[in-house]
Design a protein around this ligand. Structure first.
Ligand code: C2E
Ligand code: MG
Ligand code: MG
Length: 681
């Protein structure tokens, strides 16, 4: 063994002792001749166990088998695998475990023969570190890949050098399709220059900087996404400093929700026209102060009846078609608005005022063409009021009110088109005062109920009463009910008004009952919209039972339009009242367009022929009509009442015709509760 031991001088000895890397020297048969102290530490053998043995004891089995062959081949061919090159190989420790090391080998011709000096640098710690690093990188890559945000990198020329899954999936691309492509190609052209400017700014930043911008982005299918981008550069000292890191937050849903909210805030969802706020904004933005504008206010006044008769859906379809007709007739720069219900407001730039009349005519023509809906031909009628900017006013809300009052005026005078003038202005002011007055009167209980008696014409027996509302306002004076009831209906106060009268009447009946008076039924007028309310019956029933009364102490009067509306709610209400013994009368009969043939199937007991026919009953036309109404009502088993009988002659004629009941100044005027009581005493 000792002959195998190499002899070192003092310096060589010191070097091999001090070296951190293991030094192993073998001869050309592969026999270990030297094994340094660091080699003992690395391999776990002591030198006595190794020296004199084949070096392959320090190798894993697969290398060990081949090693002698390597030496042989090197000796014969001179082609080295390791010598002078160095490579990473596996070492084997005494305990059998293997590890990575970097092996470099030098060759020496010595007096002790041909020797190979191997320096083994332990790589196990380094390898473990590398493994840790790459698993950390894998973890971070995973996080980046599966973020909901787009995470990308751009080269200095703003081309994509990395994109995560979110970018590919949300925009519908394969990674390979986008790498190397300029980011600008994905940005919507309207936003491209904005994003580009921002990137240019960022490129000139020296240190770390980040900038944000939102833009529309097109996906592979041509769909639009809204992305909030944050672009970041890294400091110049970093090796990545030419790169731009990108985070993109897909805010499409929020943007769409906002857009929808804005649409709802400014537009009418049924017609796509502006709502009132939208119109105000659009006019404020677009109007030219020196220019002439006309404001049209149109109202299709059969729409409401159509809604009641055929249901909301048909009403909606009709409004949508009306909107289409407006669009087809009006100039493109017209601002169209549906402020609510069946009204339309149009604002039109004009050359001269006369053009407004022409346009209004055209509009009217197209409005009143028949509508073919719900399997029927429906023919509405319309009225248009017109006001002018800047002549009438410069404020749009005022112009709209002016046009609206002109429209009312048109309707009242049976005209189709009316231009606003100052007289109308007074009526408008009055209307507004009345509207506010009604609210005040409801709050402060300023209304009163009077009763008008109804009689059996044959024997002049009292049949019952009709309750009629009265309003003496401290500021407005006495306001006639047909004026304020119509206004109340228009501003949705009809229901409140009805309930006020109902409760007043019921309380009075209860008071009289308690005092021992037996009162004939009192008829209460119910506004059109109110009778289409599903809650009506229960409300009335509750009020009645609350006062311990029976339902048949009242009667209800509804107008023809309501009775004709064959909506289920109306039919249900009619039936429910009938079942509880509440008689229903059709008020003002003959003024609408109902057919008796239809009315005969309804649970309605009484027809009240409008005063207009009675007033001039001797006129042959009226005479014939009233006669026919009475005969037909009789045939279908309904009672008939003639309204507004003022003379004996009228009464006699009606009596002859077979009219059952009568109401009018001839018999009794509407009087207060106190007056009624006086009559009993
Ligand atoms: P209406 O329901 O047809 O009421 C009959 C109207 O004719 C009453 O007018 C009554 O005073 C009037 N009248 C009765 N006999 C004669 C007569 O011989 N000659 C003349 N010239 N008129 C007569 P009033 O009280 O002014 O009411 C007008 C309309 O206002 C009512 O017509 C009704 O539609 C409505 N109205 C009145 N009170 C109420 C109410 O409490 N609720 C509702 N919803 N509407 C009401
Ligand atoms: Mg009535
Ligand atoms: Mg009437």
């Amino acid at each position: 063994m000792t002959t195998l031991q190499l002899r070192f001088d003092a310096i060589q000895q010191a070097i091999t002792d001090a070296a951190v890397d293991a030094i192993v020297i073998i001869d050309d048969r592969g026999i270990v001749r030297f094994f340094s102290p660091s080699a003992e530490r690395l391999f776990g053998f002591n030198r006595a166990e190794v020296i004199g043995n084949n070096i392959n004891m320090l190798m894993p089995a697969k290398d060990a088998k081949l090693h002698d062959g390597y030496i042989q081949s090197y000796k014969s061919s001179g082609r080295a695998k390791v010598i002078g090159i160095g490579r990473d190989v596996q070492g084997r420790r005494k305990d059998g475990s293997t590890f990575s090391m970097h092996l470099s080998v030098g060759e020496a011709q010595t007096e002790q023969g041909r020797l190979f000096v191997g320096i083994c640098h332990d790589l196990s710690e380094y390898k473990a570190l590398m493994e840790q690093l790459s698993s950390a990188e894998r973890r971070y890559k995973d996080i980046v890949q599966y973020q909901r945000e787009f995470i990308c990198r751009l080269t200095s020329s703003f081309r994509l050098s990395f994109v995560n899954n979110a970018f590919c999936q949300q925009l519908g691309y394969q990674e390979s399709e986008v790498i190397g492509v300029s980011l600008a190609e994905f940005i919507h052209e309207d936003d491209r220059s904005k994003v580009d400017r921002l990137l240019q700014t960022l490129r000139h930043e020296r240190g770390e900087a980040s900038l944000s911008v939102a833009s529309a982005v097109l996906d592979n299918m041509g769909g639009t996404h809204f992305i909030e981008w944050t672009f970041r550069t890294v400091p110049a000292s970093s090796e990545f400093h030419h790169e731009i890191q990108v985070i993109g937050n897909n805010i499409t849903e929020q943007v769409k929700a906002k857009q929808h909210a804005r649409f709802l805030a400014e537009y009418d969802s049924l017609t796509g026209f502006f709502n009132k706020d939208g119109l105000m904004q659009a006019f404020a933005k677009s109007h030219v102060p020196q220019r002439l504008y006309a404001v049209f206010f149109s109202d299709c006044y059969r729409f409401r009846l159509i809604n009641e008769k055929y249901g909301q859906d048909v009403g909606d379809l009709m409004l949508m078609e009306a909107a289409q007709r407006i669009k087809s007739v009006m100039p493109a720069d017209c601002l169209a608005c549906r402020p609510g219900a069946d009204d339309f407001v149009l604002v039109l730039p004009l050359r001269e005022q006369a053009d407004a009349l022409l346009l209004a005519e055209q509009l009217l023509q197209s409005f009143v063409q028949p509508y073919y809906l719900a399997g029927e031909k429906l023919v509405p009628s319309a009225a248009i009021g017109i006001s002018f900017y800047p002549d009438g006013a410069t404020e749009l809300p005022l112009l709209i009110r002016q046009a609206e009052s002109a429209m009312f005026e048109a309707k009242a005078s049976n005209q189709a088109i009316r231009v606003f003038h100052q007289d109308i202005h007074q009526q408008l002011t009055q209307r507004l005062e009345i509207e506010q007055g009604i609210r005040r009167a409801l709050d402060q209980n300023l209304f009163e109920v009077v009763l008008q008696a109804k009689y059996n014409l044959e024997d002049m027996h009292l049949n019952g009463y009709e309750a009629l509302i009265r309003w003496h306002d401290p500021e407005l004076g006495t306001v006639p009910p047909d004026v304020f009831v119509a206004i109340a209906e228009r501003v949705n106060l009809g229901e409140e008004l009805d309930l006020w009268v109902l409760s007043n009447v019921l309380q009075q009946i209860a008071t009289w009952r308690q005092a021992g008076y037996q009162v004939k039924p009192i008829a209460v007028n119910i506004t059109a919209a109110h009778f289409s309310q599903p809650e009506l019956f229960n409300r009335v029933a509750e009020m009645v039972s609350h006062l311990d009364l029976s339902m048949d102490c009242i009667e209800l009067e509804i107008t023809e339009g309501v009775a004709m509306g064959n909506s289920q709610v109306i039919l249900d209400n009619l039936q429910a009242f009938k079942n509880k013994g509440v008689n229903i009368a059709i008020d003002d009969f003959g003024t609408g367009y109902s057919s008796l043939a239809y009315l005969k199937d309804l649970p309605v007991q009484l027809l009240k022929i409008d005063r207009a026919f009675i007033q001039d009953i001797e006129h042959p036309k009226n005479f014939g009509l009233v006669n026919a109404m009475i005969a037909m009502a009789d045939a279908v088993g309904m009672q008939v009442l003639a309204e507004g009988i003022e003379t004996e002659r009228q009464r006699d004629i009606l009596l002859k015709m077979g009219c059952d009941l009568g109401q009018g100044y001839l018999f009794a005027r509407p009087v207060s509760y106190a007056e009624i009581e006086k009559g009993w005493i």
